[in-house]
Design a binder for this molecule. Sequence first.
Ligand code: SF4
Length: 453
Amino acid sequence: MSAPTATPVSFGRRAGRALGDDRMRAAIARGTGLMVQRRHEAIAELRNADELRDAASVIRAAALQRLPELLERWSDNLGALGGHVHWASDADEANAIVAGIVARRGAKVIAKGKSMVSEEIHLNDVLERAGADVVETDLGEFIQQLAGEPPSHIVAPAMHKDRFEVADLLSADRGAPVSPEITAEAAYARRRLRQAFLDAGVGITGVNFAVAATGSICLVENEGNGRMCSSLPPTHIALMGLERIVADFDELDVMLNLLARSATGQALTTYTNIITGPRRPGEVDGPEELHVVVLDGGRSAVVGTRFSPALHCIRCGACLNVCPVYRQVGGHTYDSVYSGPIGAVLTPLLKPTDPAARELAEASSLCGACTEICPVRIPLHDLLLQLRHRDARADASRLRRAGFWLWSQAWSRRWSFGAMVLGARVVLPLLRRLRWLPDIGWLGAWRQGRELP
Ligand code: SF4
């Protein structure tokens, strides 16, 4: 799948384009609306939802505090079971590790389940350049692969497409019409993907959680494709961000209780795969080799900082569904693997030198809906504000700093504050009478869609 383009177009421009795409906006409104409604119903079924969310928040914070210890325990346990753990500091290293395993195993076809880490490192491009046929087997990811687009939502990658657009893509792939009925579309994809599972020499999946106590990895999904990718091909490679660890099954239980409810409104996903090592003698299925590639990718630099809570994320997508910005402009506008509020926080943290990533913190109304819905209580709007503060401090010219210093001095004294309010009382009616403000720079942008008070 193609990587998000390193486009010089600003977020504002991309948002402007998205706002003109009525079809996409209708699909996003439908999809997010449904997910939010289902999430509220599923959370309401819990008698102790608030306590569970508090516990999840504590568990995620504790996991980051004990990260080296938990990762080491998990890695030792998985190694003792015959699994292989590979540590990758960045995307290049992770890609080289995966490409090396694929080459050694001589795999020509790769069946791939949903993995946001693989999107983050642009793995498909690397494997395809090396000559492999990579087939996305999650239905949404398969649709996006046919469209040549990255996913636009963490949980529902093709949420922005309606069934007619999907039918066009599937018809082009088939070389014959596929009816725009969802059952017909799913039936075609099922037939088409079955062969990929059978032909694949390597299966690649993501990891939702790793369990330190047993060396297990947990993979949740609804289509069964993750189970096929991890059990049919002779080699299974799982990609995991290094923060996705829990100490034991009690902690996993808390996470699973919240993940599916927050993501899709289910009590549990249809398939909850707990994989504890490769196939053992006498077992009828499972891979001969199991490799887990653990990606740092900028995460360890965030651990222990004031932005550390961003790494508590369990990728449920709920914050996207309630975000008034995401709901209007969709995921591709963020031009990042991670979109919505968590993307606006995570992207600049994982790509600190990318100026395009930094502007994402501005893509928020700071309404706090994301913070309110987050199952692990990440203070998203607070983190967005802190990112803005950080960048404003770093970017401000001397003149701007002096201006803000003067302003803060004026507003922290009763007499000067009073004088400015009095001045505003005089000036604002005049400006209103003029009905005009110069259409330049930030002032022009500010006055678009605003009336003077
Ligand atoms: S930040 Fe919270 S709500 Fe958003 S995807 Fe992560 S866990 Fe879900």
